[in-house]
Ligand binder design. Sequence first.
Ligand code: ZN
Length: 178
Amino acid sequence: MYMLKDGRGTAGLARGNTVWVPEDVVRDCVLSADGHYPLESGGVLMGWWSVENIAVVTAMIGPGPEALHERYAFQPDQDWQIEQIALHYERSERRETYLGDWHTHPDARNGTLSWTDRSVVRRIIATPAARCPVPLMMILWGAPESWNLSMWQGWLRPRKLLWDKLAIDTLRTATYQR
Ligand SMILES: [Zn+2]
């Protein structure tokens, strides 16, 4: 599914495409963002890729009970999340998989990824167990009553002589009701 196509891209690469996020998932993210403000919060996005390389988010898994919420850092409770991801995967009859992460940037003026965020994206790509070569990274930035949403996607641009270069694309987000 994620084989290299003509050396330029991989399946599941939405480049400029839209990521669909259910309104209730956005609401849950905002609740978590509000609840931890001015500290960071975050979690995992679950869903599937359509044949047209459009990502459809179907669920959000929260930070977990042992997550670290700090002013400029967030570390999810990874053991708990891995359990929840596996549970959700089974419950969805193996249709909804891990699409990437989301977290907040309280009081930020834009949704740009930090260098730490970029290294997290690189680590997700490099972790075979994550099975997510083109992870999404959603940032909620701002403050209660005025959160903004930025959606990013990371992928490795193959290079002939040097190590693969991490590319970060911005994606459009659209919400849907269910
Ligand atoms: Zn960040």
